[in-house]
Design a protein around this ligand. Structure first.
Ligand SMILES: Nc1ncnc2c1ncn2[C@@H]1O[C@H](COP(=O)(O)OP(=O)(O)OP(=O)(O)O)[C@@H](O)[C@H]1O
Length: 501
């Protein structure tokens, strides 16, 4: 009988007396794509870090292709067992080309101590060819689209003759069509015997890509199954511990029509590659900018938030000049921003409570008495379901990634914003928090606040936006609303724009 590519038995780990993994078992067959699901803080990253040798388990055993790793194994042991890890930041060097990035970890071809660049490039071309990836090995990685970067990172892991590749939320900010390209690549690698452990919060990807799925909840393995044998509702129940009707997949709903335009943007060119863009957003309207990665949608939203300086353009909010590319000026007009990049969104040296009140104090809010501030922080933690519930005084960096995102959202929504600007607000958050965040965005919009959203998640765009602006190469490809705003149209318009350009 073939040994599993990975076998995990009774893995247990505690941090500061809190049990984070509790006797977790896992089996992954060679050539299998195995999805790992769990709410924020369920223990997925901790499991992966133990596999990688970053954290030592308190108990349990890891066996790779029939050979047990020694207890408290190190990074080098994981590498020797041919496990490779692709994290969300991908770990690529933008300044180097594809060949250099791939050979950095899997060795350059050399003779007599000298690197043979031609031979290295040929080898990389052969690896990319085996995976069906059409990227020139000489291209600078910084010039690639995000989906291509993900493919280079997977190819790099694959080229090291990996037996098991762990993908930690690498699809989190990839739009639906680009996930389909990644799926083809994984299937190519699987045919050659490589197995994948694949962390995602998108249940659709489990049904679309995975051969098997394991669900963790509060550090315990709740179930493992084949996606074909379970329903969406069953997965949700395993994830959150009960059936929650609100977590069923939502299709586009007819929103109340938007009010009169309050935000007017004129001739905005976010970068030298953008065409001038004119748009308005009504009171209570949610306008989404979307498209394939690199379409230029995100930059438009970042200019509004002040996170990026535009080339040119002017704006007004409720009749008053609104500064573009000026974070302090934008905040002074009541704009609140949730950054897509979590590193940008939190102050890592501060605790959760301090992070929650950062915007309040930075914008001249009244100083609260310590006890009142602690109580208010606890209320926000409960409202946004930040875990653990006693997180108030913990350093924010000890929270799981998704819970850090909930803190950033809580900070933006807690005041009374005059404009809400969101960049992929639900990346990395679990489905329960996603529903809660969407509800809060809608409640905020319902009070007359204009909302501008950049999102790579087409189902989010369909369910939350009144209007979607599909961009490509810094230009508007299409504007969709009402019955035209469907995932299918978003996909076809994203690609149609590419063909037209
Ligand atoms: N170094 C650490 N010190 C203290 N606590 C930690 C540390 N790393 C993780 N934790 C805690 O362990 C728990 C599990 O975190 P983990 O990052 O594994 O969750 P996750 O399932 O990956 O969540 P997410 O989906 O948000 O990434 C969380 O409660 C987190 O606060």
């Amino acid at each position: 009988m073939t040994e599993p590519a990975l076998r995990v038995d009774g893995l247990t780990k505690s941090f500061l007396g809190q049990t984070v993994l509790n006797g977790v078992d896992l089996r992954i067959a060679p050539g299998e794509i195995h999805a790992l699901l769990g709410e924020n803080g369920a223990g997925k990253s901790t499991l992966i870090k133990i596999l990688a040798g970053v954290h030592a388990a308190d108990a349990g055993r890891v066996t790779v292709a029939g050979r047990p790793l020694r207890p408290r194994h190190r990074l080098a042991d994981a590498a020797a067992a041919r496990m490779r890890f692709v994290h969300q930041d991908l770990g690529l060097v933008d300044e180097l080309d594809v060949t250099e990035n791939i050979c950095l970890t899997s060795d350059f071809s050399s003779r007599g101590g000298l690197i043979r660049f031609g031979a290295s490039r040929r080898r990389v071309r052969e690896v990319l060819g085996r995976l069906g990836v059409d990227i020139d090995p000489g291209r600078r990685v910084g010039d690639l689209a995000q989906a291509e970067k993900v493919m280079v990172a997977v190819a790099r892991a694959f080229s090291a003759e990996a037996r098991l590749i762990v993908l930690d939320e690498v699809t989190a900010s990839l739009p639906t069509p680009e996930v389909a390209r990644l799926k083809d690549l994984l299937h190519q690698a699987c045919r050659q015997g490589t197995a994948f452990l694949f962390v995602t919060h998108r249940l659709g990807e489990v049904f679309d890509m995975a051969d098997a799925v394991t669900v963790l909840r509060d550090g315990r393995r709740i179930a493992s199954a084949r996606p074909a044998d379970v329903t969406h509702d069953q997965l949700v129940e395993w994830l959150v511990g009960r059936y929650v009707a609100a977590l069923a997949p939502r299709s586009g709903e007819s929103h109340a029509s938007a009010g009169t335009p309050v935000l007017r943007v004129k001739d905005l060119r976010a970068t030298p590659h953008h065409a001038p863009l004119n748009f308005t957003v009504g009171a209570g309207e949610v306008v989404a900018f979307t498209g394939l990665v690199g379409s230029g949608a995100r930059e438009v939203v970042r200019c509004l938030a002040g996170a990026q300086r535009p080339q040119e353009g002017t704006a007004s909010l409720r009749g008053r000049r609104f500064p573009l590319g000026d974070p302090v000026g934008a905040a002074g007009r009541g704009s609140r921003y949730v950054a897509g990049d979590r590193q940008e969104g939190i102050a890592p040296d501060l605790c959760v409570r301090e992070n929650l009140f950062l915007a309040h104090y930075c914008h001249g809010g009244r100083v609260l008495r310590p006890r009142r501030e602690r109580r208010a922080a606890d209320d926000l933690i409960a409202r946004y379901d930040v875990r653990p519930p006693q997180a108030s005084e913990l350093p924010v960096v000890t929270l799981s990634g998704g819970n850090q995102q909930k803190v950033a959202i809580g900070r933006a929504l807690s005041g009374a914003p005059g404009l809400l600007v969101l960049d992929d607000p639900t990346v990395g958050v679990d489905i329960g928090a996603r529903v809660a965040i969407h509800r809060l965005i809608r409640q905020t919009a319902d009070t007359g606040v204009p909302v501008v959203l950049a999102s790579t998640d087409f189902s989010e765009v369909v369910s939350e936006a009144h209007r979607a602006v599909v961009m490509r190469d810094g230009r508007v490809g299409a504007v969709l609303s009402g019955a035209d705003l469907t995932e299918q149209r978003l996909i076809s318009e994203s690609y149609r724009a590419r063909e037209v350009a």
